[in-house]
Each structure stands twice: as structure tokens, then as C-alpha cells.
Unconditional design. Structure first.
Length: 114
């Protein structure tokens, strides 16, 4: 597995392993904040001929937890959504999405001016 681990590489690894092992369906679970960028990256992989038969489903971890145990996780999810950290990191995620769609992402992590 050459190169550093990142979302794009992890998706590629999952899809390649599924094809190699003749697995037709995969589930990707990620946090709410990362889901939009993950979907953009996954779409680019899944458009490749070798991955077109894969049935990929995507789940937001906070939603899975909140639905399984609303009492424990419902309020935590809402607190995270309204946090300053979420707002800061959302700007980084938006930049990451822009870098994906302009083919400028590579292994470099998105940087946002403080």
C-alpha cells in the first residue's frame, strides 16, 4: 500500500479489496463532517469501470449511534453540530471538496488560514 493513509486511499483500498474478494456490496461509515468529501471521492472511484458493479452504501456514524440509542447519543450529536470546532473543520472540508473536484488534492491535506 504505497503512500500515506487518507480518506481517498482508504476508499480505493476498500473498493479494490471488494473486487478482489468478489464482494458485491460495501458499507462506508464516516463522521457527519467528512461525509460530503467522502461521497465526492467515492463517486470518482465508483465511476471507474472496475468498480461499477459495486453497491456502495454510506452511513453517518453519529446518525447510526443516535438512532440506536437516542438517549445517549442524540444530544451529543446536536452539541457537536453546533460546536465551534465543527464550524472550523467544515471550512477545511469545503476546501478539501474543492481540491478533489479540481484534481488538486493528492496526498496534501487541505490548509485553511487561521
Amino acid at each position: 500500500m504505497p503512500g500515506p493513509s487518507n480518506t481517498n486511499r482508504e476508499l480505493q483500498n476498500i473498493f479494490e479489496l471488494a473486487v478482489k474478494e468478489k464482494i458485491d456490496a460495501v458499507a462506508i461509515v464516516t463522521i457527519d463532517l467528512h461525509m460530503p468529501r467522502t461521497l465526492v471521492m467515492a463517486q470518482r472511484h465508483l465511476a471507474k469501470h472496475k468498480f461499477r458493479r459495486l453497491d456502495a452504501r454510506f452511513f453517518v456514524s453519529e446518525q447510526v449511534l443516535a438512532e440506536a440509542d437516542p438517549k445517549t447519543y442524540g444530544q451529543r450529536r446536536e452539541t457537536l453540530r453546533r460546536s465551534k470546532a465543527m464550524a472550523r473543520n467544515w471550512a477545511r472540508e469545503q476546501l478539501g471538496i474543492f481540491k478533489v473536484i479540481t484534481d488538486a488534492y493528492g496526498d496534501e491535506k487541505p490548509k485553511v488560514a487561521a
